[in-house]
Design a protein around this ligand. Structure first.
Ligand code: PMT
Length: 400
């Protein structure tokens, strides 16, 4: 996958640095040549010896070593990609402001190759407005962010800010080179609206009715279209997934009603709509202002539900020039149910997932779908990454 690719891995001072020998091992296994750089703080978290052993090269942690100068300009020109992983809050701030007080900063500032950044820090640091501004700044310089993941952090807190898994970083780099070597053709669509993720329908201040959607499928569609030059509005339900692409307008919502309002507000101006969100069909008729208490002696309670607006069906009635794509997640009689949704919601395509297919549907990194349309036979797309599925869906609807 990465045969003969020259990769500089710059390791900075974060506990996630302990994962970097494994990251180097995986990159080397894929055929890459890896040159490791470290900031002085990184050596507190991982040994240079471990990194030089797995990369089979000396590690550079200073611009000079006794009377020897490590040519940072040459390194920045040598590499096909500069990967900064983990990238601490401190390094991110320096990159945003052009500081140059160590080897990593010197190579970053002189690099002529693309730069990929995998931030890693505790949740409160990641969510700080200064970090948020720095991420936006470095992304605006043209660097790509490998979004951190949700999970256990050094503080013991479970939250956002954990460095992406080495396996996910390697996949990101492989996808990056694939796109670089075969750049995507410009899309025939100009403006797209994508919905993704679940909706939460509040019962009281602490409880809701929701579902297992992660938003991964819709985010993959949004990213793929954005890479093809489409202006994307992504209406995203409550999910822990990060979306860090400057050319996607991200509108975060919680309930079906909020998703409905946002979609309706932008619909007229859009030429492609893909609704991958798992929208709750019903919501509680009332929302309690205070937490609903357990009444002594009561063995059951009844919650009255009322119907939510059907966003896809509403847009189906309104559509003029828009291409409208819905999703369907089914458990039985899949094709028949998907076909019925195509007609009932006046969609042009329905992308069907079945919960009976292993590795498909909610939460997974992979999916398997069948695309239903009015004039063609069902088109099956085999199990593969949600990124590859997104591309297959977009290619199919663009050429149908
Ligand atoms: O988010 P992931 O974890 O990656 O998982 C992806 C997914 C499984 C959620 C996705 O691939 C998928 O199948 N999404 C649709 C799930 C669904 O609940 O479909 P449905 O059959 O209930 O709805 C049919 C279509 O109508 C969908 O396009 C839905 O967005 C839309 N709808 C449904 C109800 C409603 N009130 N308004 C709507 O617009």
């Amino acid at each position: 996958m990465l045969t003969n690719k020259k990769i500089i891995l710059a390791v900075t001072g974060s506990i996630a640095a302990y994962k970097t020998p494994e990251l180097v091992r995986q990159l080397v296994k894929q055929g890459a040549e890896v040159q490791v750089l470290m900031t002085p703080a990184a050596a507190d978290f991982v040994s240079p010896l471990a990194l030089s052993t797995v990369s089979k090269k000396p590690v550079f942690n200073s611009v000079s070593n006794n009377d020897q100068w490590h040519n940072h300009v040459h390194l920045g020109r040598w590499a096909d990609v500069l990967l900064i992983a983990p990238c601490s809050a401190n390094t991110l701030a320096k990159m945003a402001n052009g500081l140059c007080d160590n080897m990593v900063q010197a190579v970053y500032l002189s690099a002529t190759c693309p730069v990929l950044i995998a931030p890693a820090m505790d949740e409160d640091m990641w969510l700080h407005p200064a970090t948020e501004a720095n991420v936006k700044k470095v992304a605006a310089y043209g660097n790509q962010i490998i979004a951190p993941e949700h999970g256990e952090l050094a503080s013991g807190i479970i939250g956002a800010g954990r460095m992406a898994d080495p396996e996910h970083i390697v996949q990101f780099i492989a996808d990056f080179f694939k796109k670089k070597d075969t750049p995507p053709a410009p899309s025939k669509f100009k403006k797209a609206l994508i919905t993704a993720g679940p909706t939460y329908e509040k019962l009281d201040p602490v409880r809701f009715i929701g579902n297992y959607s992660s938003g991964k499928m819709g985010i993959a569609l949004a990213k793929t279209l954005a890479e093809q030059g489409v202006a994307v509005t992504l209406v995203l339900g409550p999910t822990k997934e990060e979306v860090l692409l400057p050319n996607i307008t991200l509108l975060r919502v919680e309930s079906a009603q909020e998703m409905f309002d946002q979609c309706n507000a932008v619909f007229e101006d859009i030429d492609l709509v893909i609704m991958s969100a798992a929208v709750a069909d019903f919501r509680p008729a009332t929302q309690a202002k205070e937490k609903i208490k357990k009444t002594d002696g009561a063995e059951h309670i009844t919650i009255e539900l009322v119907k939510n607006p059907d966003i896809l069906a509403t847009l189906g009635k309104k559509k003029t020039h828009q291409v409208l794509v819905g999703f369907a997640l089914e458990t039985n009689n899949e094709l028949a149910h998907a076909q019925a949704k195509l007609d009932k919601k006046n969609a042009d395509f329905i992308v069907l997932n079945s919960l009976n297919d292993k590795g498909a549907g909610f939460g997974t990194d992979t999916n398997k779908v069948t695309i239903i349309s009015h004039n063609n036979q069902p088109y099956e797309v085999p199990l593969q990454s949600k990124t590859a599925i997104a591309l297959a869906i977009i290619n199919y609807i663009s050429n149908a």
